[in-house]
Design a protein around this ligand. Structure first.
Ligand SMILES: C[S@@+](CC[C@H](N)C(=O)[O-])C[C@H]1O[C@@H](n2cnc3c(N)ncnc32)[C@H](O)[C@@H]1O
Length: 234
């Protein structure tokens, strides 16, 4: 019998924010796989490191960080074959996904290649959206609020149009798009209705107002939250 492919949401950074279900699967799987940059350590593996039993085979999915909309298809083709070999041999493979697997997660490229042929199970995780709101003490949306999730790489005009047309927003993938996002917030007079969070729930987390952000550089793991009433309960 073939093994099962698990898409394992492991939460936004704090190792305690993994669900019990994900923890049980993590510790039972024969093989774990996780994304890592071209060079350097895997954030996903570091999140679960203290939970690992130490006897598992590990597949490091080295993915180049490329700008734009196209995932590294050849890389996912290659690793899908490696994972498939294990599944064929009856070994369960748990692919670690920072936050939640289906919320902007690269796991979906593995899922796309294998889930129609093997048993697969997705374990939802605490996503960065919820983690950032909690970290910043920033309730996001209530009642009839429309909450919009916006990728930072969007063009400036589209970002402005979408932000103008919502009650609350989470702007993801801030990184090198910080200046553009701050310009749009200023134009819409939203700087005092927004908050910046980096590395939510990790030991190096930081929460700043937009005014405090002047001249700051944002890492990839950062987000800006907006609530137009300022306080969601008002
Ligand atoms: C490829 S997406 C992955 C999202 C992830 N699957 C989730 O459910 O949160 C990466 C983006 O998520 C956001 N992100 C993920 N973890 C974060 C954290 N701990 N603190 C702040 N932002 C985070 C950042 O905006 C980052 O650019």
């Amino acid at each position: 019998m073939s093994g099962t492919l698990f898409g394992l949401g492991i939460g936004p950074g704090d190792p305690d924010l993994i669900t019990l279900k994900a923890l049980k699967i993590l510790q039972k799987a024969t093989v774990i796989a996780y994304p890592a940059p071209d060079k350097g350590d895997s954030l996903a593996r570091s999140i679960v490191e203290s939970h690992l039993p130490g006897n598992q085979e590990e597949i490091i999915i080295r993915t180049p960080m490329v700008a734009g909309n196209t995932p590294a298809h050849d890389v996912y083709d290659e690793y899908a074959v490696v994972i498939e070999d294990h599944l064929e041999e009856g070994r369960d493979v748990a692919v670690l996904c920072e936050g939640d697997p289906f919320f902007y997660g690269s796991f979906m490229y593995i899922f796309e290649r294998l889930a129609h042929r093997y048993d697969s199970e997705i374990i939802p995780g605490v996503s960065s959206l919820m983690a950032c709101a909690a970290q910043a003490n920033f309730p996001l949306a209530s009642r009839k609020d429309i909450l919009t999730v916006l990728p930072g790489p969007l063009g400036e005009d589209e970002l402005e149009r979408r932000l103008a047309d919502t009650d609350a927003a989470a702007i993801m993938k801030v990184g090198r798009h910080l200046d553009k996002i701050v310009r749009v917030l200023k134009k819409l007079d939203l700087t005092e209705k927004a908050i910046y969070v980096e590395h939510a729930t990790m030991t190096n987390t930081k929460t700043l107002t937009i005014a405090e952000l002047e001249k700051a550089k944002a890492p990839y793991f950062s987000m800006i939250l907006v609530q137009k009433r300022g306080e969601a309960w008002v």
